[in-house]
Design a protein around this ligand. Structure first.
Ligand code: PMP
Length: 285
């Protein structure tokens, strides 16, 4: 398994960064996770747009041109045998000493990329659904940046595990549901998909974007609106969505059944539409 770090491919397990890297010392960096299906990047233009936006909002310079990114990721895919993969890439502001919150001028960003096999998706397994809890959203006010600083997400995930659940729906102090610990959330009521609007409290998920596209294309109602924690208990279905997990049904919330306690019909439909979309997806860049 290979990693790309600062211009070189090297064995992943031997790949090391400096302790002076601002990513290590300050969490001063951003990342992306890009799925690969049938050895082709999936939705790369959308991932790249989000990457550029994260860099712009953090004022970290982009170390590569768009074409150089594409060449790098394609080489990474080619070096591995797996048909389906997920690529992790991370850019930190770079190495600096002495330690100072203020970034030095003209730092060279640290670029890390590596890939992992993506397990095959099985509808029967995913259709068993997951148990989730609600959890306070302890994060900051710029969750739209895909920042490597994920402590609040990790705490939420750990709390879910402590409660014998697999994930957490995050709730802001104002009572609004934002997203999962590493996924966007959807509430289904009377055949319509509801999801919180894009703002600084949620990550603009690429899977969310595809779900919106498929919903619109197939005449399923798709509404972006604030969702109150109190509405969760009366939802017909609840889903989480992310690039690596795709679309998963939540079947119990805080140990109570969601709807009838089984994956719902709209989940089943959207799951199938998503598989078709993946199969037909053609990279044209
Ligand atoms: N929200 C958060 C907090 C996430 O970590 C993720 C996964 N990276 C998502 C949403 C879903 O984003 P995507 O569909 O692009 O994977």
């Amino acid at each position: 398994q290979w990693a790309y770090l600062d211009g070189q491919f090297q064995p992943l397990l031997d790949t090391k960064i400096s302790v002076l890297d601002r990513g290590f010392l300050f969490g001063d960096g951003i990342y992306e996770v890009v799925p690969v299906y049938n050895r082709q990047l999936f939705e790369w233009p959308a991932h790249y747009a989000r990457l550029e936006r994260s860099l712009a909002l953090t004022q970290i310079s982009n170390p590569l041109s768009q074409q150089a990114w594409l060449d790098l990721l394609n080489e990474l895919i080619e070096r591995h045998p797996w048909p389906n993969q997920f690529i992790y890439l991370q850019i930190t502001r770079g190495v600096q000493t002495p330690r100072d919150h203020l970034p030095a001028a003209h730092l060279t960003p640290t670029l890390l990329a590596y890939t992992n096999p993506l397990p095959a998706i099985n509808k029967t397994n995913i259709g068993r659904g997951i148990a989730a809890i609600t959890h306070p959203d302890l994060r900051w006010q710029h969750c739209d940046i895909k920042a490597i600083t994920l402590l609040a997400n990790v705490i939420a995930k750990k709390s879910a595990q402590n409660a014998q659940a697999q994930d957490a729906l995050l709730v802001r102090q104002n009572g609004l549901v934002t997203e999962g610990s590493a996924s966007n959330m959807f509430l289904i009521k009377d055949g319509t998909i509801h999801t919180p609007p894009l703002n600084e409290f949620i990550l603009p998920g690429i899977t969310r974007q595809v779900v919106e596209k498929l919903g619109t294309r197939h005449h399923v109602g798709f509404v972006e609106r604030d969702i109150q924690e109190s509405e969760l208990a009366t939802a017909d279905e609840l889903w989480l969505a992310s690039s690596t997990k795709e679309i998963i049904p939540i079947v119990t919330l805080n140990h109570q059944p969601v709807g009838n306690g089984q994956a719902g019909p709209l989940w089943s439909k959207m799951f199938d539409l998503y598989q078709d979309y993946k199969r037909e997806y053609k990279q044209d860049y």
